[in-house]
Design a protein around this ligand. Structure first.
Ligand code: AHR
Length: 491
């Protein structure tokens, strides 16, 4: 029998709810036809798709990154404010489309406020300049009698938007980026952008775009950036996308090992750099784009540029594995943004008549709604699997959180066996005891390749049962290829 033991005193770190953030880009049908579809009977008076809005509410994302992505490196924010009929359509080079600019800053901030999510705006550090960036901060957050503040008021927004989170550039380390930058160029640009943006509003939190090309000059980039601008960095932004291009289930499930490597390496690197440069301010990791993405990419032979990935059950498991990694690394990962939210590599998929929820929607929804305030260390013993260079990978991928206020323990378990149900003894350490039945939520489906669709929207979903427990423990059998969340009240 496998064993999971949780000791309520073995606290890893507090959890920042911003790890359940999202990302919306002007790309394919994420904004137009996803979030915003003015002439649809499904939309409200502001053109917001109410069905999409309701589905997004279920995900309880505390922060939403916008407007890109690669898109932002050619974006002019001024094109997207003011009377809609006067806004210019522009050739959009990142995704080879035409941007109408009907949806822009004010529509986005309004949408976020209604969704009760914090807007996170990324400024153009590709073909844009620092003047444009600081002007955007002033337009959004300014309170003085300046031309930009008057312009915002003229556009119907008297009160400042108070946008707290800003990013400087996107994936500047990638050759695919408009205005890609060498480590030296970006460190210099970041310093100057950040300086003036924080002069306009010293309360804003800034994310630097450090790593998206994991074959690139990762250490040199982070080193130069922290050396030159460390005091002005709140988050080091890293991106990753994972997938199963070789159709090898075990190798795909072992992605946890890669994530552990990446996060631990970054933690070590940041510790070293902060020591070296005697930095007193904390610098967190923001995984400001993450997800499964491998089918609809040009390297995979798909040049449609709409990124309409259809997810299956194994992808849902991998989304849960990524969330487990964020919980285990809660001390350093203080923000993460699922890329993206609708249609484009997303948990919600629309057509003009409605939507269906993709497989990956369910683990995200469950984690976001049950995650506690504190990450706990977990003892685990049991079945393992080996694949490629990875020997003895635990079959159950586990994380745990404590909600101090509700006195609730949430245990997150991914069973990565395709065939084997794993009977597991779950016990508490010396402190505390279980009280009342455990709520068991399980994401599963008939097969690892099961998908949802308009015709079969619930092939993969969540089942809910209650389990009777003893004060100090219980036994639960984790079904093959499942994500299980066990929520228990504590005495
Ligand atoms: O999310 C899709 C794209 O992935 C983003 O535009 C870019 O930042 C990343 O490469």
């Amino acid at each position: 029998m496998d064993q999971i033991r949780v000791d309520l005193d073995r606290v890893l770190a507090s959890i920042d709810r911003n790890i359940f953030g999202g990302f919306a880009e002007h790309l394919g049908r994420c904004i137009y036809g996803g979030i915003y579809e003015p002439n649809s009977p499904l939309s409200d008076e502001n053109g917001i798709r109410t069905d999409v809005f309701e589905a997004l509410c279920r995900l309880r994302m505390p922060i939403l990154r916008y407007p890109g992505g690669n898109f932002v490196s050619g974006y002019r924010w001024r094109d997207g404010v003011g009377p809609v009929e006067e806004r210019p359509a522009r050739a959009e080079l990142a995704w080879n489309s035409v941007e109408s600019n009907r949806f822009g800053t004010n529509e986005f901030v309004q949408f976020c406020r209604k969704l009760e999510t914090e807007p996170f705006l990324v400024v153009n550090c590709g073909d844009g300049d620092m003047r444009e960036a600081r002007d955007w901060v002033e337009y959004c957050n300014g309170t003085q009698e300046t031309a930009l503040v008057k312009l915002r008021r003229q556009h119907g927004f008297d009160a400042p938007h108070n946008v707290k989170y800003w990013g400087i550039g996107n994936e500047v380390d990638g050759h695919w980026q408009i205005g890609a930058k060498t480590p030296e160029e970006y460190a210099r640009a970041y310093l100057e952008f950040a300086k003036v943006m924080k002069w306009v509003d010293p309360t804003i939190k800034l994310t630097a775009a450090v790593t998206s090309d994991w074959d690139g000059d990762i250490v040199a980039r982070a080193g130069l950036l922290v050396e030159q601008a460390g005091k002005l960095i709140d988050y080091l932004g890293i991106h990753w996308y994972v997938g199963n291009p070789t159709n090898d289930f075990e190798a795909y499930m072992a992605v946890s090992e890669l994530l552990e490597d990446r996060l631990s390496a970054y933690e070590g690197l940041m510790r070293m750099l902060r020591l070296q440069h005697k930095l007193e301010n904390p610098i967190a990791i923001g995984v400001d784009e993450w997800n499964v993405w491998y089918r609809k990419r040009s390297e995979a032979g798909d040049f449609s540029n709409t990124l309409e990935e259809i997810y299956n059950l194994e992808d849902a498991l991998v989304v849960a594995i990524q969330l487990n990694a964020f919980i285990r690394h809660a001390a350093s990962v203080r923000m993460a943004n699922l890329a993206q939210v609708v249609n484009v590599i997303a948990p919600i998929f629309t057509n003009p008549n409605g939507l269906f929820l993709q497989t990956i929607f369910y683990p995200f929804e469950l984690y976001s709604n049950t995650c506690g305030t504190t990450a706990l260390d977990v003892f685990w013993k049991g079945d393992t699997f080996s694949t490629g260079n990875h020997i003895g990978v635990r079959t159950l991928d586990v994380a745990a959180t404590l909600n101090e206020e509700k006195k609730q323990l949430a245990l997150y378990v991914v069973n990565r066996s395709k065939t084997k149900a794993l009977e597991t003894a779950i016990t508490l350490g010396d402190t505390g005891g279980f009280s009342g039945p455990v709520q068991v939520f399980e994401v599963n489906g008939p097969d690892i390749k099961s998908e949802n669709s308009f015709d079969h929207p619930t092939t993969v979903g969540v089942s809910r049962t209650d389990l009777k427990v003893e004060r100090k423990g219980y036994v639960h059998t984790f079904a093959p290829h499942s994500v299980t969340v066990l929520v228990s009240d504590l005495a």
